[in-house]
Design a protein around this ligand. Sequence first.
Ligand code: SAM
Length: 290
Amino acid sequence: MARPYLGNAKSTIEIIQKYPFTFRKRFGQNFLIDSHVLDKIIESSGISKDDFVLEIGPGIGTMTQYLAEAAREVCAVEVDRDLVPILQETLSQWDNVTVLNQDILKTDLPALVQEFNHGMPIQVVANLPYYITTPIIMNLFESGIPLKSITVMVQKEVAMRMQEGPGSKEYGALSLAVQYYAQPQIMAIVPPNCFMPHPKVSSAVIRLDRYGTPPVQVKDEKFFFSLIRAAFNQRRKTLANALRNDPKLGLDKDKIESVLKECGLDPGVRGERLSLEQFAMLSEAFGQFR
Ligand code: SAM
């Protein structure tokens, strides 16, 4: 049986030196070199031999080797063409892995799930390129693909933003968007020395368990999210002032304040104090005037 042999500095350097590869900062390339962290990610994801896993950014195939052992099938999407020959070598012992050399943000996710997993629910596991964490996560949710869970390494601050609730300084539009779709849970904090090269920031593994139905019901999701974005675009302002400047709403301050009062909210409240449920309530109340 094949065994993962990457996940340490020595084998990472050895394989990279065999090929004309240089780390590209612009692709967020920080490869994992700690096998304990890799074991922890696999354990946190809860994947089993029944699961199909989409990995985003396999790099030299370090986590892919672990995933190939734990899952039924893995599809790994890597944008950097120079990594393809390396992946061919490092994954040659596993016959349940497909590497696609493409940009995950330009990938037709529903087509991929249809082609590789007959449209059945998938798991996503990745050590994400940090420069595009938010668009990747939002695309996964908004694409409507059937998802069981997403287990990803992200910048620690971003993981905290995804998990926090009202009143915390990390709480914002990303917290609400993630918590509308999934239940977040930080599984581990990972220091910079577990990667090559070391990133400047600490990282965290977060697991997002997709809800069957969202915890709040809104008639118009687009409007709901545009309201949230408007509330946090001008974080220091009161909600009434932030919304007054929102052309999508097109309401004057008096009207906005009266809707806030009708919803049982102080007209001087800031968006950062409101829960997901309160934003859903406001979305329905403001929705009447559109
Ligand atoms: N999974 C590897 C590991 O843990 O060692 C590498 C993780 S590294 C943080 C992020 C990887 O994502 C890199 O291999 C990078 O080339 C790739 N990447 C960056 N942008 C991407 C994109 N738009 N689509 C697919 N992969 C991308």
